[in-house]
Every structure is written in structure tokens, then in C-alpha cells.
Design a protein. Sequence first.
Length: 737
Amino acid sequence: MPRTLAAVLAGVGSALVAALLVALLDTSLAAGSGASFAGLLPVVFALYAPVALAAGVVAGLVAGALTAQYGPRAAGRLVERLRADAAFDREVTAAILAAAVVLVLVVGVVAVVSLKLVAGVERKSTGALLAGAVVAAGLPLLVALGLPIYRMARPVSRAVPRIGPLPAAIVLVLVGAAAGALAASYIIKTQLDWRALNLGGYLMVAGFAAAFALVAYLGYGPLAGARERIPARALVVAVAAIGSLALVPLALGGKPPQAMVTAVGERSKGARMLLGAVRGFVDHDGDGFSPFYGGPDCDDSRASVNPDGKEIPGNGIDENCLEGDRAIGDQKSATAGSQKPAAPVEKRVDSVVIIAVDTVRADRLGVAGYKRGGKSLTPTLDKLAAESVYFTHVYAPAPNTPRSFPSIFASRYPSQIALDKEFANYPNPLEDNTTFFEVIQKAGIATHGVASHFYFDRSPGIRQGFDSFDNEGALDIAGSNHDIAAPRIVPRVEAELAALGKKGGRFALFVHLFEPHSTYMAHDEFPITESGVGGLMQKYDYEIAFADMWIARIIDAIDKNGLRDKVMLVVVADHGEAFGVHRAYGQKMFFHGQTLYDELLRVPLLVRLPGARPAVVDDTISLLDIGPTVLDSLGVAAPVSMVGRSALGRVLGGPALEPRPIFAQLLPSPNWNHKWMAMVSGDGRYKLIYRMSDSAFELYDLGKDRTEENNLATAQPEITAKLRQELTRWIEVDLAQ
């Protein structure tokens, strides 16, 4: 048998064994919840097999070429020479040192260029092309530097010891690999939000590479005799390769059970990455959705048919893969009769102050029962709650700032907001939107904003309707995420309130505090004593405590400037934070902007209205209701474009609001290209999540399962079907308005 063919077969055999070992591990991690180990293993191995075969062929070709060039056992003879020839060992060691230095330089150049041309621009594809061109142009120069670096490394190579049978070159490689692993671990844990990384998938890739190398070493080293006793080895490898390829359509074809799709797409590690890669290739109609192995596209021959398709009633086609074609005339709204704001009453207050604190979960307030070290984190807000109407079941329309704030201001759902770019990390709202600050401004009431964050510069459309917007001191994206801004924002707010109190007249003031947003910063007032996930949560908690401390000064400024009896004070958050309660796409969710579970959507809302009796209100409402409520309190009519409703009657002690479903959206962006919809039932008990990117539904009984850990979509099909119909009507009718 020709040497190259033998090497290829050896590589393929070793790779398939390694793939089987890794598939066994990955399957053991993913099995359960309706997906048995025996049923799941063929699917997982079928995803690994093509990659393993390709790796085996490439490794075999390389090994065959080396054998043809340098003869058999070239690697072994190289090690023997390194042991026998100390001078040669030093030369090779110097060459390895030089190569390592060049590699570090290449990594540094790539990192700098990527930060400048990719991370810092909105159009990532253009930035990536420019970065690639710059790196390609600079690579020959870096390689050319290898020779002088090699000359300088020769004296240094003498410091690398030879340990027993190990030559210095191998000692250097081993020590370098260990040092590299430690350095990578340190960088990931200290400089990156490592909990949000799919490290499991990368570990599976590394595990496959290590298993491949180990199997090849054992089979052609210590266990070579056992391997050689296998009859017809070449035929065995060929049959195994053909069988592995034949397994792919058998295991991955057809319509798999949802439990299997969930196991592979959610709980597996490496298989999840491979499934996503294949779905990226299998998209025949080019609509961005794949039908491969439970993918969401229900018709891959029509680009207009996919989960994001626009339903055309009566044409016989189910464009959005939901409940079939909607008949003409079947246009009843999911929120019919309640989505329009109520007519405004007579003016209740002269002015309004809205304090929006970024990234605060509803359950973190002391008044909600949360304590750390036996104490509430939020004494200011607890005191305010005792003077206010405290809404306990408030839902954000989106799980991140650039989608939530425009929706709050315009009282429209995220996909209804007119933007300069739909698919962007920070889309800019256009002037086509009508915000409640614009309505207030047109009513002759002064409007002011005070913040210090890049978002209000990056998306200037969010500032429409403000007579003034002080965003002084705002840093760039990275700087804002490590900023402590409240100490410079609040004094400006105090000065603004003093001026407004002295001037008199009506006004609306918006204040944004950013502190609880990651990356969480430590504060001298609240020393950090924990580490790991516990330390992460402690930092977050103390960021809320720090913000609460500065909110006290704003409230004091309202009261001291004679505004308490003239101002409606609203304190609210735009979304919450995750902390690993749920998983999505193989990752534990530790931050925000990636799911629609309650830890991201439920936020606090406090409304202090002069003359209103303090109360705790459990009615389920949306942040879209803030705009109509504020306008109602000022005696200003809300425009018909707003889909929220006024809750002023409830603030004034009136009856419970009419039950209606509450909705939320996770829209795709370059940073997180997934789309979800969610609905909380009108009575607040059930929540349905539609993962459009996966064509999957989740149902939770919020009355019994507050943390949404028991998916009832299969166990309670009647409730799922009923809520699914309501959600479908909302998607096909309401969002089109």
C-alpha cells in the first residue's frame, strides 16, 4: 500500500476513534429530559463524523508528505537526534523561541487591528475585510523579523535545561504550553465575561484534538503491536468511514422530536456548535433560516416563508410557520379593547421626574424581600415605596437598553420602532417615532434630560423631544461599561432641580443612572468579600446599593426645592440581569439581552403622586404603560400611535386594571443573532415563550414556578395552544399596526 494512502487511513481511523470518545462524553452531558443516551449518541456522532474524517484526511496527508520527504519515523528520529546532539537541540530551541515571539507579535497585531477596525465599527463585515487586508500586508514583515529574533534567541536558548531524557526543545514546548494555558485562563477569568463564553464547546474541540493525538500516539507507539494484529485494518477503516458518512442522513434527516433537538441544540457542547454551523450552510432559499435537524424554516424553497415572514391573510400560505394561513377578516387583536391609552383626565400634577436605573431586577429591592447580610440594599427605594404606588409585576418590552428605552419612550413594541438600521447592536430611533417627551414638549411643558452614557450620543434619536439633554462626560462603549457615573450625574441633577424650582413652571425631567450594568464596579462603601459567581452577584447587588445611595440625593433635591407637591416621581429600570438561572444555545445566561425569562423582563416601578395613597399593586403591566400614564397625569392626550395604556386610575386607588396579555421581544443583532417572542397571560399566571430562531415553544406556570424552570409546553398542550393563538394574533395583527 502506498505510504500516503496508509497515512491517510491511519489518520482517518485515529480521528474516528477520537470523535467517538468525544461524542460519548458530549452525549452523556446532553442526554435526559426525553432524549435517551442510546437515541442521542448516533445524532451527536453524526455531527462529529464529517469533521473527524476531514481532520483525519488532512493529518494523514501531512504525515504522508513528511514520511515521503524525511522517511518513516521522522518525528522519532528528530527526538533521538535532539537527545544525542546538544548543539542541534539548542538551535531548535532558539528557533522555537523565535517562532513564539513572532506568534505573540502576530496575535498582538491582530488584536489591535481587530479592536480598531472591527470592534469599533458598526459594519463588522467591512471592518473584518479591512482587518484581514492589514494583517495580510503586515504578516511578511513579521515573518521576516523571525531571523534576527532567532539570532537573539540563540544565547537565551542555553538557559532552557535538558531534563532527563527530555531535550531542551521539548522542555520548552511543554513549559510554553502550560504557561500559555495559564495565561489564557487568567485573561479569560479576569479580563473577559467568561461566564458568557461557550467554553464547553471550545473544550470539546480541544478534547477532540487531544484525543486524536493520543489515539494516534498509542496506536503507532506503545500499542502498535495490538494494532498490527487487527486483520484487514485498511478495510475496517474504510468501512468505518463509509458507515460514518452514511449515518449522517440517517441520524440527522427527517423531523426529529423536539426533545432531541433541545438536547443537541441546548445541552450538548461541541455538537451544538456543529449543528449551528451546518444550519448556517443549509439554507436553500437564502432567507436566513434553516430547516436542518429541527430548524425553524418550514419551507426552505420559499424565501418569503420563515418564522419572520409577514403573514398575508387568505393567500393559502403560512408565511410565518405558525398557525397556518390567517383568513381574511380574522384580524381580531390579541389586546383588542385595551391597547389604546385611556382618555386623559384633568391635570393631576404640574411636573414629572423619571429616574431610570439601568439593569435592576424586580427582586433586588428590599421591599421585595431581598437582603444581603441581613440588610436591604435599597433603603432609599424602600422608603420611597412606602410613600408611593409600588407595582410588583412590571414587564420590560425587551431585555436590553437599545431596544427597551425606545419602546418605553414611544410606547410601542421594539419591532414597531422606526430605526435607521434594523440589524444593529445600537440602532438609532428615527424622528418618525412619537415619544411621550415630544408630546409633553408640544404641550408647552419644558423637557430636560441628564445622563452620562455613550448610548445617548450613539443613538441621538432617543433624545428627540428634549429641550435640553445633558450627557456630559459620556465615555465610549468600553469606558461606559467600566464607568462610575452617578457621582458626576447627580450633582448636575441637583443643580437642575434647584434651577427648575426657582424658575417655576411645568417641566419633565429624565435622569439615567447606569451603575448596575456590567461590568460591575467595586465601591469603597461596599467592599467585595466573595469570588466566582457569588462575587459577581455581590458586585451587582452593591452596584444597586450604590445607585440607591445617589437616588436619595435626587429625592432630597426634589423635596428641598419645594417640588414634592408638584412633581410625580417615577423610578423604574429598563431590564434586569440573569446570573445563570437559564441556559440558551449551550450557554448559561449570566447577563442580559439574550433571553426573555423573568429575571430579564421583570423590573421595579415606583410612582409617587401627590395626593395618591401609597399602595402595593400586583396588576400585571408593561413599561409601555409609563408614557400614557405620565401624559395622563399631566393632563395631556396620548397619541393613537401609543399601544400602552394609562395606569393613572390605578395609581389614584381605582379598581384593578382590565386583564390583558403583556408581550416582549428579543430582536436579533450582530452580537446575538436570535429572535424570541414572549407573552404573559392576562391574569399574569402563565408565560409563553416562542423561540422563533429555533421554532420552539416554552410554557411556564408563573404562579407555581416563579423562576421558570419547568417547561410545560408538552405537558399542558391545551394551555399552550390557547396562548399560542393569542401570541400569533399579536404577531400577525398588532405588530403590523
